[in-house]
Design a protein around this ligand. Structure first.
Ligand SMILES: [Zn+2]
Length: 142
């Protein structure tokens, strides 16, 4: 939970708190919220890809539609590297895994849309920035 964070001053970034990473892809109250198709598709794509690279405990979208949570107990640098590589691969492949009635509760809302591409590019660039400048993202506290 991030209720002591000042969301009016929160920028795009990767904010780490213990094993929880807040991957903020939208500036709250400034930019349009992510669509369900976008969040759901990225959930499928990165849940699978991150699982192949690190001990991912959880990955999923925020209910407020402004980002994702990633939980991992791997060293910080490995998490950023895995996220960067996962986004690069996903942008090359342009597909959403487990897109079938048997594998998903609502496969109609899965699509490699322009919005998915844009948010994956943002996540890729944020991961690169976090790798190159450790400690560059700091939560604004209320
Ligand atoms: Zn699904």
């Amino acid at each position: 939970m991030t209720f002591t964070v000042d969301h009016t001053r929160l920028k795009k970034g990767i904010y780490k708190d213990d094993i929880t990473y807040d991957l903020r892809t939208v500036v709250p109250y400034v930019e349009p919220l992510m669509s369900n198709v976008c969040m759901h598709s990225i959930e499928h794509i990165l849940a699978v890809k991150l699982n192949e690279k690190i001990n991912k405990i959880y990955f999923g979208p925020m209910g407020c539609q402004t980002g994702f949570y990633l939980l991992s107990d791997n060293p910080e640098e490995e998490v950023y590297k895995a996220l960067y590589e996962a986004c690069v691969e996903a942008l090359e492949e342009k597909t959403v895994p487990f897109k079938s009635r048997a594998e998903c509760g609502n496969y109609f809302s899965l699509d490699f849309s322009d919005e998915v591409k844009e948010k994956l590019e943002i996540l890729r660039d944020l991961a690169k920035e976090a790798l190159e400048n450790p400690g560059c993202f700091v939560y604004p506290i209320i």
